[in-house]
Design a protein around this ligand. Sequence first.
Ligand code: ASP
Length: 335
Amino acid sequence: MRTPTVAVISLGGTISCGPGDDGSALVPRTDAADVLSTDTARVRSVRWSLADSSEITFDELVRLAREIRRQVVDGADAVVVTQGTDTLEETAYALSLLRPLDRPVVCTAAMRAPTAPGSDAAANLGAAIAAALEPDLAEATAGAVVVMNDEIHSAKWVQKVHTQRVDAFASVGPGRLGVLYEGSPRVLRRDPAPRLPALVDRDTGRNVRVAVLPALLDQDTALIDAVARAGYDGLILEGLGGGHVSGAVAHALGDLAREIPVVYASRTRAGAVLERTYGSPGAELDLIGRGCVASGELPALKARVLLTMLLRSGYGRGDAETLLRHEADARVVVR
Ligand code: ASP
C-alpha cells in the first residue's frame, strides 16, 4: 500500500520549544516534525516560523492558507499545522474560514514541551497526522479541526479553557467532533459545511482591525467612545450573561453602531446570546434596536476572527453582518 505524505507546517510554540541558550526558559527552536518518528506517513517537514503564537497575524494566516494549498498541489495527501496553544482557537477558526482545502486542515500544539516530563508533543502530533488522513473526518467537516489530548475539536467551537493542563482544550457547546482510541480517530458527529465561500480566494489584504471589549459591573463608556476614533473597523462586545450591558453602555454602543459593526457576544463564553427575552435598557432587545448584531453561540474571539475575515474579503457592512449571523447560527448535525 502507498505510504501517504503529510506536510507538517511548523509555526513554533511549545511543541517546538527547548531550553534557551542559557539552558533555562523555553523558546521555540525546532520543527514540530522532529518530535515524532512514524511509519504511518511520510512526513514532509515545513518550517514556517519559530515564534510564539502571540506573533501570528491575519496576513500571515492568509499566506499560510495559500502554502497549505501549495503543499497539496505538490503531492501532500493532508496537512497538519503546529503552533503555540495560546491563539490556537483563533488561528484554527481563521483557517476554517479561509478553507484552502476540500478536506480539513488539522491543527495541533502541545501544553508540555518535548523535553518536559510527560510531554504531549509527540502524542498530539501523531494523533493529528492520523486525523488528517482519516476519510471519516474529511466527510464530517470541511472546516479546520484542532487535535489535542486524543480529542478532535471543530475549530469553530474549540476554546482553550486551562492555562497549563494537557486537557486545556474543549469544544464548548456542541461537544467534541471525535476522539482517538489506540491512535485511531473515531468521528462522533458532523459539522455543517461553512455557508461561506472559501475566503482564501476572496482575501483583499486589507488591514482590518476589530476590537473586543468586555461588559463590566459599574462600567464607564470612555473606551467604547474611543473605538471608532482609534480607527477600528468593528467592535465585539462581550456582554454580561445573555448579552447585556447597562443603559449608558447601550447608548454608547448605539452611537458606535451608526459608524461601524457592533456585535454582542457573552462573556460567559458558552451558550447562545439572547435575542428576544429582556426589554430593560441595555438588554438584548435594546441593543438590537440600536443596530447591534447578535453573535449567536459564537464567543467573542471567534466573532472577531469571523468579522475580520469577512471585512478583509471585501464584503460591505450589510453583507458582513448577514453572513456573520448565518455562520453564527449554523447548527451542528448529529450523525
Ligand atoms: N507561549 C506559547 C504559545 O506560543 C504557549 C504554547 O505554545 O502552549 O502559544
